[in-house]
Design a protein around this ligand. Structure first.
Ligand SMILES: [Zn+2]
Length: 64
């Protein structure tokens, strides 16, 4: 995969990584979601996972 260039891509990447970190942090601490589980299982986890998915898709589709 080519590294993204440009300020916008870098900003998107930062937000994507921040969202990933936020979800991981939640999943590790949350007994319902669980880091190695199939996915988010509580409302907070679902919200974090959703924003992560949106940013991930935006980041991937923004790549040249
Ligand atoms: Zn949770």
């Amino acid at each position: 995969m080519t590294a993204p260039s440009g300020r916008r891509a870098q900003d998107l990447y930062r937000r994507y990584m921040a969202a990933a970190k936020a979800y991981r942090g939640h999943a590790v601490a949350c007994t319902a979601c669980g880091y190695t589980g199939p996915g988010p299982a509580c409302p907070a986890g679902k919200r974090l996972f959703e924003s992560l998915s949106v940013l991930q898709l935006a980041y991937i589709s923004g790549l040249p």
